[in-house]
Design a protein around this ligand. Sequence first.
Ligand code: ATP
Ligand code: MG
Length: 326
Amino acid sequence: MKIAVIPGDGIGKEVMEAALHVLKGLDLDPEFLYAEAGDECLERTGTALPDETIEIIGEADSTLFGAAGESAADVIVKLRREFDLFANLRPVKSLPGVPCLYPDLDFVIVRENTEDLYVGDEEFTADGAVARRVITRSASRRISRFAFEYAKREGWSRVTAVHKANVLKKTDGVFREEFYRVASDYPEMEAEDYYVDATAMYLITQPQEFQVLVTTNLFGDILSDEAAGLIGGLGLAPSANIGEKNAIFEPVHGSAPQIAGKNIANPTAMILTTTLMLKHLNKTQEAQKIQKALEKTLEEGLVTPDLGGSLGTMEMAAEIAKRIEG
Ligand code: ATP
Ligand code: MG
């Protein structure tokens, strides 16, 4: 198993080191292919995403990405395009011992990653600017199918499409239509749809009701940050960018320059990110071993300062690694 490792900038490097320490506690012995990307790489080599990095990702079975600083948008947008990573997966699962609004949350947001307003087709006009919103049938079908397949594999029974088709009649009309077309291939699964504004409220008032949400790029971006807030914040939220051939796994947080270099970053998001990768590689048992060890460590309060503890990034990782059962 070949895993490309891109630590990147700031706390990306710290949480990556911590996560790899935990990963090495398993009986897997993967081959790690280190690669560069981000601000420091830009400064040193003149590009934030060298061709060599793209080659290494292409060669690996999977990629772990820490964080890139100011070049993050460039780097990750280019990678999503280069490898056609059309699905962004954000599990929202509350963790034991972590204060949060709801103790038993467990749902997933599946975000379309390639189109919508994020195609970045904007232009100035005489009186301001306009942007083009792209929603294709093919991408809507592909992301809907991904959501249903994921739901089936993970044992969920309901998939909810989120849109604003009452106002955005054509674009979100297409998205909703294709969602229900795909849904008809999954008669055993419940399919429903909500408006995005109502969903934003339900995420606060009754998030326990959700199982798998599937939505377009911009709505998904916003709702998944809202959902990260529900489970205790950025230090805890993992994500995956998945395509037909390649997949890149990264924590939701960025390089956090304000806390970088202090050994206080919470490694949880990056460690959960590695469990997503392991599941994607069909290493479910290994993913569960890490998840259990992490939960024990959190329950015992052996945590970083953001969660009220006094451990450093690496110290917390060491406690987690110690709790992995053979
Ligand atoms: P970037 O531009 O790279 O996204 P940023 O300054 O926006 O950097 P983020 O990583 O998005 O920083 O995080 C914002 C804030 O959230 C940080 O300054 C930090 O206080 C907190 N934070 C984020 N990640 C973690 C973490 N892993 N552990 C602890 N605190 C974190
Ligand atoms: Mg940020």
